[in-house]
Design a binder for this molecule. Structure first.
Ligand code: TEU
Length: 527
């Protein structure tokens, strides 16, 4: 007989449901059209109803907002746009009263070009200690007119920008894997690591429960910054042979970070690790490195039972050798929303609902991106002039970027901005979202929001949702079925014909069941 694992004996984050707040788009408290921390605090009651355990709050530190806050000018203060430090303290306190944990998003790979360190580096000349905190190099070719190597920026164009020296002459170049407003730090400089430790302790001492670490496979750079073998054609792809990422020295950085986290026994570190190779991915989760790492396989998988099964197996295999908890996510602020990825419209939404049940049936930690619980689609018809993602300008208007998954959340009412703000929302909201608001869905039993609430509640309460292993069952073509160690059976019909349900009592289904049949684009939980 299987003995269900007692989840109370495990660290909280090993089975938690995290909710990702993109603060600019969640709820606007002060009426300036941009969401803020006061807005998050105001909606804590809603988040409690949803049943989530923890928030991942995207960057809210001081920032000129060249990349939505991922360009940080002061890592130990909150931007006035989001309500300043007092708003963060209030959010932490109130969330804790409601037993919701708060994790912040820190950006160790780069700073803003308005960070005092970078401003000082521009002022000081070549070979100064100020420049040594970043990656300044002389250019190549006559007059140093060409970038130091051939690396492209993730957002398009070269990963190097040339500066003008204080005396007015054309000067050195600095490395920025992302936008020019995001200069990469030199992690070989001890000051950089020491300052990051200070930032970790600053927030942990204020009561945050952990961090999501941005580009956690970045930071370390290869000696000599060699050219890439083949210049990448697709800017937004991170692959394993890319010298910009996943250099072995990154692991020493994670060990230093972990030493700080270990002084705060309940705190969690979650790395954004875009590494495909399972062995190399698992290395980030060794006992003295990160606690968790995002696995993007499900988010990159289409609605196909064999592909979904392969993604699940792969993600489980990646963490098994290091005994880390797997993580599951269907979307985030960088990825098109799942309803749209799965085909859009009613079919896309039905598939997204089915995939939610698959995701929540699995062992490990789940991350839900704000608005997914409302079944929001991507907004792919934003007018050109409102686009803000740096990728749009940097790509010479060939990549529209990620704004389509960052449109503000509709809360109530029948016309935009649907209670998101009393002002003008920073991105326009589709007029046809009246049926998608929280208000419209909250008491509607068949709504996607209700499905999320019921599914999260069952996952937290029922003993069948326990155990680290799953066992695959045979299933008809286009379908999958597995049994979680604790006894839950999850079935998914991704084919276009109804299929027979296996024996058992149905706990929850993503659509109405037709007798003993599971319709297409539907998943069900049985015990
Ligand atoms: O993303 C890092 C990253 O590698 C992504 O740009 C990824 O390549 C792309 O989105 C795949 O679709 C993080 C943040 O999540 C992102 O929002 C920031 O823009 C970026 O870092 C820079 O800080």
């Amino acid at each position: 007989m299987l003995v269900p694992v007692d989840r109370a004996k495990q660290p909280w984050w090993r089975s938690a449901v995290f909710y990702q707040v993109y603060p600019r788009s969640f709820a606007d408290f002060d009426g300036d059209g941009v969401g803020d921390l006061g807005g998050v605090r105001e909606k804590l009651g809603y988040l409690e109803l949803l049943g989530i355990d923890a928030l991942w709050v995207c960057p809210v530190m001081t920032s000129p907002m060249a990349d939505g806050g991922y360009d940080v000018a002061d890592p130990r203060d909150i931007d006035p746009l989001f309500g300043g430090l007092a708003a963060m303290d209030e959010l932490i306190a109130e969330a804790h009263l409601r037993h919701i944990k708060i994790t912040m998003d820190l950006v160790p790979n780069h700073t803003s070009n308005e960070h005092p360190w970078f401003l000082a580096a521009l002022e000081a000349g070549p070979d100064s200690p100020e420049r040594a905190r970043y990656l300044f190099r002389d250019g190549r070719g006559p007059g140093g007119d060409a970038p130091p190597n051939n690396w492209p920026s993730i957002f398009g164009g070269p990963a190097w920008t040339r500066i003008t020296e204080p005396d007015g002459t054309p000067g050195q170049w600095y490395l920025h894997i992302f936008a020019p407003e995001q200069p990469d730090l030199n992690w070989e400089n001890p000051e950089v690591a020491a300052d990051f430790e200070k930032t970790l302790r600053f927030w942990l001492d204020r009561g945050v429960d952990g961090f999501r670490l941005d580009v956690a496979h970045g930071m370390a750079k290869p000696a000599g910054l060699p050219d890439m073998a083949v210049a990448k054609s697709s800017m937004l792809s991170n692959d394993d042979d890319d010298p910009r990422f996943n250099n072995p020295a990154v692991h020493e950085i994670h060990r230093r970070i972990r030493k700080v986290l270990d002084d705060y026994p309940d705190a969690v570190s979650i790395g954004e690790v875009w590494v495909n190779d399972n062995t190399r991915f698992g290395e980030y989760l060794r006992p003295d490195e990160l606690h968790l790492a995002f696995n993007f396989r499900l988010a990159k998988t289409d609605f196909d039972a064999d592909h979904v099964r392969a993604a699940i197996d792969n993600s489980l295999a990646a963490v098994a050798p290091v005994a880390a908890a797997p993580t599951w996510t269907l979307s985030n602020h960088d990825i098109a929303r799942e309803v749209t990825r799965y085909g859009g419209g009613a079919v896309g939404e039905a598939r997204a609902r089915a995939m939610l049940l698959v995701e929540l049936a699995l062992p490990g930690t789940v991350f839900i991106y704000n608005g997914a619980e409302l079944g929001l689609p991507n907004v792919d018809d934003l007018p050109d002039e409102v686009l803000q993602d740096p990728a749009w300008e940097r790509s010479g208007h060939t990549e529209r970027g990620r704004d389509g998954c960052r449109v503000p959340i509709p809360w109530e009412g029948t016309t935009p901005p649907f209670g998101f703000t009393t002002g003008t929302p920073w991105l326009p909201m589709p007029a046809d979202w009246a049926g998608r608001t929280v208000e419209a869905q909250l008491e509607e039993l068949g709504s996607t929001l209700s499905l999320y609430r019921m599914a999260i509640e069952l996952r937290g309460l029922r003993p069948e949702f326990s155990g680290d292993r799953i066992e695959w069952y045979g299933s008809p073509p286009g379908c999958l079925a597995f049994r979680r160690e604790g006894g839950l059976v999850c079935v998914l019909n991704a084919s276009n014909i109804p299929t027979q349900l296996p024996p058992g009592d149905v706990l929850l289904a993503s659509a109405a069941l037709d007798g003993g049949q599971l319709p297409p684009n539907t998943a069900a939980w049985l015990v």
